[in-house]
Design a protein around this ligand. Sequence first.
Ligand SMILES: NC(=O)c1ccc[n+]([C@@H]2O[C@H](COP(=O)([O-])OP(=O)(O)OC[C@H]3O[C@@H](n4cnc5c(N)ncnc54)[C@H](OP(=O)(O)O)[C@@H]3O)[C@@H](O)[C@H]2O)c1
Length: 246
Amino acid sequence: MKNVFITGASSGIGKALALAYAKQGFTIGLTARREEILHEVALAVKELGGTPLVYQLDVQDAQKCKSVAEQFMEDAGGIDIAIANAGIGGDDGLFSGDSNQINTILNTNILGVTNTLMPFIPMLKAQKSGAVVCISSVASFMPVPFHGGYAGSKIAIRMIFDSWRSTLEKYNIKTVSICPGFIDTPLVTGAARRFPMKSANDAADRFLEVIDAGYTTYIYPWPYRIFIWFVRITPGKFYKWMIKKM
Ligand SMILES: NC(=O)c1ccc[n+]([C@@H]2O[C@H](COP(=O)([O-])OP(=O)(O)OC[C@H]3O[C@@H](n4cnc5c(N)ncnc54)[C@H](OP(=O)(O)O)[C@@H]3O)[C@@H](O)[C@H]2O)c1
């Protein structure tokens, strides 16, 4: 029996990860702000053979993250995998005249990740095993117009993980940054829904394998690896033209 803690488990990728771990018999910490939806996910987890533990949590609240993490480790009897999945999209509000919009994205997507994971690291270190996981994005590899906060937040967490890796691997702790392209979840809205999307369930099944195998940075699905390479070698003018067309 293993224990996994997942933020943003009420929807999309987080919910799909919870259901995939349920099939493997895990005890699963389900967290998000919408508690009533978490209870629905908990029922599905139970039906699939997992043991759900539900905690209402806003990842922007560092104190609450710490107390919920401690409660989960007590209730579940430990931690094996902590997944900082909760995140929001949205544009920067570049012409709004204030920083509210972009700061909410930065707070949720960067501090939400550190708030989630830091409380688990002492136990993972002591037991010399386990994994911390963040859900970054393909957007962390390219400047997406109007979404500087989102892309910047996803680079930040990838870089934090790159930095932690050399230290945490000494304690046999895996640091896995997952960088998805478009996945069919409520986060993808408007024109972005025109792009080909993978289902959250297919993505989650693959992410479980990737976490288990201890990948470092994983871009999904694979054609995005070519796209990222193409963007890197493309002159700035052409990239601008391409983004405009898209
Ligand atoms: N879908 C994609 O194409 C895609 C691509 C690349 C990366 N990602 C990343 O994947 C992660 C999951 O996104 P998704 O696509 O599954 O989106 P989603 O369906 O909108 O799910 C987002 C989850 O995060 C939770 N959440 C948001 N703000 C929160 C907060 N302050 N505190 C606690 N929980 C919060 C939401 O739950 P509540 O509202 O109930 O709190 C929800 O469960 C995000 O980090 C996203 O950036 C997604």
